[in-house]
Structure formats: C-alpha cells, structure tokens
Ligand binder design. Structure first.
Ligand code: 13P
Length: 250
C-alpha cells in the first residue's frame, strides 16, 4: 500500500519570520496525521522551516532546484545546498515554472535527476492546459511529460518518486477537477509508468493531485483509487485549512 503524501506549495508567499510562526502553529494540528506531511517553502524560508519543524512529523521541501552541482548560475540553488539545509523534497517542473520561467520537459528531467542523485525526493509536476484538454491532447501530453521527466531513471528509482498531476486549468482558479477527472489523469500517468518501468514502479510511485484542492473537496479526491495525495497551493497558506486537508480521513 502506498502511503499518502500531502504537500503544501507556498509558492511566493510568507517571509522567514512568518514561516517559523506558521510551522509552530501547524505542528499540533497535524501531529497525528496518517499521511506524510510536507511544506514546500521559498528558498529563504527553508532555514526557519527546518528549525521550527525539528522533532515533528513535518518535512520541508523546496520549490525548485538547479541541475548543476555548482558553478556560475546566478540566482540558482543546487541539490547539495538544499540537502545540507535540511530539505527532503523538492518540487520540479511546476506549471508556473514552465509558464513563466522557460522550464521545458528536458530541464524538468535534468532537475529531477539532480534532485534524486542529491538525496532529495523530487515531486515532479505534470498537467495539461485548458486548451490541450479541449483539443483532446490530455492523454498524449501526460504520457509525454511523464516519460520525458523520467529519462535516465531506473524502475527501482521511479518507485521512490512522487509525481503531481496538476491540470493547469485547475490551479489557483477555484476550478477543481472532478474526482473522476483527477483519478483519470493520475491513472494515465501510472499506466505510462507501468508500460515503461513495470508493475513495481507503477504500484509504488506516489501520484498526487493538485489544483484547488481544499478542505471541502479533499475527501472525495483522496477516496479515488489512483490518487495518493495532494499538492496544495492556496489552501496550504492557512494552518487550519492545511491541517484539515492533511487530516482528510478524520
Ligand atoms: P492551488 O491549490 O492554489 O490551486 O495551487 C495548486 C498548485 O499549483 C500546487 O502546486
């Protein structure tokens, strides 16, 4: 059985001092969680998040990682830097990075490899735009994004990854995919992994849904057969709301 994983993606929100206070307030609310709990914070908030979460069940994630080990890449952060700072997870290929920062399927793959080799668990994001869905490209696109992102991974490695199915049209729009649409998207990804990496990888890899997931729709989404967790944007910014998503089974 796959253990569920609920991760908050704060995006460009909260200062370091707000981070410490937030994590302190979140700790008691999620201490009995049955799932893995992750907060993916801005790079400058990592130190505060790691310090405040010490000794708790909250893990800290970053929102991006560069693929080189070190060097002349102004503004970038390496996997070794994140690891040394106490980070365990890193979001790779979020649609906002693809849309605004020129991220491609190839660089997503390079970042995912660098993260994994650096001892971090990448949370690899894939998902179709509204236009792609309307044109009927969803399945082809999800398969392509997934398999390209996994280039160079072995089946044993894929088994340890986290993938997030985030339909772009459902992000920050309040428009959640229906339970069935979300489950179908996740199943396309899992089937693609099964075809390329075999049963163990497909049955072990954890695939989240992301896109306007919140306390009121989490139960329905998490009841779906293929969905192993959530990547939560807006609803992860308030401790109370995020804890309700984390404690979806209560
Ligand atoms: P929202 O939950 O705000 O729609 O954001 C989802 C997301 O992009 C998480 O990575």
């Amino acid at each position: 059985m796959r253990k569920a994983i609920i991760a908050g993606n704060w995006k460009m929100n909260k200062t370091p001092s707000e981070t410490g206070a937030f994590v302190e307030s979140l700790k008691p609310l999620v201490k009995d969680a049955k799932c893995d709990v992750v907060v993916c914070v801005p790079a400058v908030c990592i130190a505060e998040a790691v310090k405040a979460s010490e000794g708790s069940n909250i893990k800290v994630g970053a929102q991006n990682v560069h693929f080189a080990a070190s060097g002349a890449y102004t503004g970038e952060v390496s996997a070794a830097m994140l690891k040394d700072a106490g980070v365990e997870y890193v979001i790779v290929g979020h649609s906002e990075r693809r849309q605004y920062f020129g991220e491609t399927d190839e660089t997503v793959n390079l970042r995912a490899r660098a993260a994994f080799e650096g001892g971090l668990t990448p949370i690899i994001c894939v998902g179709e735009t509204k236009e792609q869905r309307e044109k009927g490209y969803t399945e082809t696109l999800l398969k392509y994004q997934t398999i390209t992102a996994l280039t160079g991974f072995s089946a044993e490695e894929v088994a340890k990854l986290v993938i997030a199915y985030e339909p772009v049209w459902a992000i920050g729009t309040g428009l959640t995919a229906s339970d069935e649409q979300a489950n179908e998207g996740v199943k396309i990804i899992r089937d693609a992994i099964r075809a390329s990496f075999g049963d163990n990888a497909a049955d072990s890899v954890r695939i989240q849904y992301g896109g306007s997931m919140n306390p009121s729709n989490v139960k329905g989404l998490m009841a779906q057969s293929e969905i192993d967790g959530g990547l939560i944007g807006g609803a992860s910014l308030k401790a109370e709301d995020f804890s309700k998503v984390v404690n979806y089974g209560e």
